[in-house]
Design a protein around this ligand. Structure first.
Ligand SMILES: [Fe+2]
Length: 457
């Protein structure tokens, strides 16, 4: 775990922390908000966990192992077997646990009421084909900085909206900015791209971890299942055998209570193709129909619901070709299937959508009965740079039948977003840059939201 120690001292700058036992620990919240402790260690056996002063063993979730080469998003020449020389351990904390620690390291536990939430997304360092980011420069790949700043804000909860692992191919020799970077989908890459830079934030609060398309089975799914997925690690969902990818790419929807009637519902659907509408009768639509029904049911049980899903359903992305701006709507597959169940696309009790995937920060509010969309895919990965005008061109909409009312964006700026509860349907949003300064503020009131600045420059 050398990378972990090196990066931690770089960001935090203390020898004392570097001397701590060398393992990764974090707490994530799963179905019904249950607190799941995960430890990743080079030891073969799992350490004990002390829960309210009583020591008990942790369970091995996934032993160390090497997985044979499988088809991936890259050509066979640019792929390799995934090696995991670490043990993944887990334990579930009983409700109302007051203290928990592993090898003397205290774990951050859920609070009865979650009022301060950090939202980050798209945090890995891009090395794929010609798209190469200088991973060794903390200003050009700033996830470690963002994790330290967000930890200093002292959140009650961290939400990662997906896409953790981007170092898919070897760093080209012509690019010294990423020299010696690990690559592929094994532990060394997971550590460099996520666990090492995320350390201060993993220690600061429990997490809700949303799966991105970079964690689909044919990319970094094997590590996602070993280390992060909140469900049991089973051969049917371990992403090792491509014959099981349809099962492995489908995750159950779950809800995490935030206290006082608010909740966050987590939906995977990272496999949903953006560009092509899917026939709702296609067998591939079945898990999307099931996800709609589940988010509808879960949202009816709360007075305020954030829906976190990696791919934006109601956001806009921009590209430029020959000097011409092209604005693309939200995910076509999810829109087609959800739209066949409800012309308003989302269940009526979903208030605010949280997503990543577009490497920008963005907010969209609607005059039609659609929830606000926030996008926070701006926390480390090489950014999208084509700006969207302050005033949307007439007729521009992220989805059929949705009429944007307020729109706000920040292009080509790295940072993180925070949500602070005022009361049940009201949340204050702040958008932070790498200098730890607030560059925009917004207010969420039920399904609506409004920001102070239309376009951050
Ligand atoms: Fe993505």
């Amino acid at each position: 775990m050398r990378v972990f120690t090196l990066l931690l001292s770089l960001v935090v700058g203390t020898a004392a922390q570097a001397a701590e036992p060398d393992f990764v620990s974090f707490v994530e919240r799963g179905a019904d908000g249950v607190a799941i402790v995960r430890v990743i260690t080079e030891a073969k056996a799992c350490p004990a966990i002390a829960i309210d002063g009583h020591e008990q063993p942790m369970t091995v979730r996934a032993p160390a192992g090497s997985e044979p080469l499988r088809p991936t998003a890259s050509s066979p020449a640019n792929s390799k077997p995934s090696v995991f020389p670490v043990t993944s351990c887990e334990a579930t904390l009983p409700p109302n646990t007051q203290t928990a620690s592993v090898a003397g390291r205290s774990l951050a536990l859920p609070k009865p009421r979650t009022d301060r939430i950090v939202v980050i997304g798209d945090t890995g360092c891009r090395i794929k084909g010609k798209a190469v980011q200088p991973c060794n420069d903390v200003n050009k790949y700033p996830f470690a900085k963002i994790a330290a700043l967000a930890a200093a804000w002292k959140p009650d909860l961290v939400v990662h909206v997906g896409d953790y692992q981007y170092r898919e191919n070897a760093c080209p020799e012509s690019m010294p900015g990423c020299s010696e970077s690990p690559w592929g989908y094994g532990w060394d890459t997971w550590n460099a791209d996520f666990f090492a830079p995320a350390q201060p934030l993993l220690r600061a609060a429990p997490w809700v971890l949303v799966r991105g398309n970079h964690e689909n089975c044919f990319r970094a799914g094997q590590g996602w299942m070993r280390f992060i997925d909140p469900n049991p690690w089973t051969p049917a969902r371990d992403c090792n055998d491509p014959a099981h990818d349809i099962t492995g790419d489908d995750s159950p929807v779950f809800a995490v209570p935030l206290g006082d009637g608010a909740q966050i519902v987590v939906m995977d659907l990272a496999f949903a193709d953006e560009g092509k509408p899917l026939d709702p009768k296609d067998p591939l639509a079945a898990p999307i129909v099931a996800a709609y029904r589940r988010i509808d049911d879960l949202s009816r049980a709360a007075s305020f619901t954030f829906l976190a899903t990696h791919k934006p359903i109601l956001g806009l992305s921009a590209s430029e070709k020959g000097g011409q701006l092209h604005l693309r709507p939200g995910n076509a597959t999810i829109q087609a299937v959800f739209g066949s169940l409800n012309p308003d696309l989302l269940p009526p009790k979903i208030d605010t959508l949280l997503a990543g995937h577009y490497h920008v920060w963005q907010q969209v509010d609607f005059s039609t009965p659609h929830p606000s969309q926030f996008i926070a895919g701006f926390s480390g990965t090489l950014e999208d740079t084509v700006p969207i005008p302050d005033t949307l061109p007439p007729g521009t909409t992220p989805a059929p039948g949705a009429q944007p009312d307020h729109f706000s964006s920040w292009i080509d700026g790295f940072g993180f977003m925070t949500l602070e509860r005022r009361d049940a349907p009201h949340w204050d949003v702040k958008v932070w840059n790498l200098a730890g300064k607030v560059v925009n503020t917004c207010e969420i009131a039920g399904r609506h939201s409004k920001c102070a600045i239309a376009r951050v420059h």
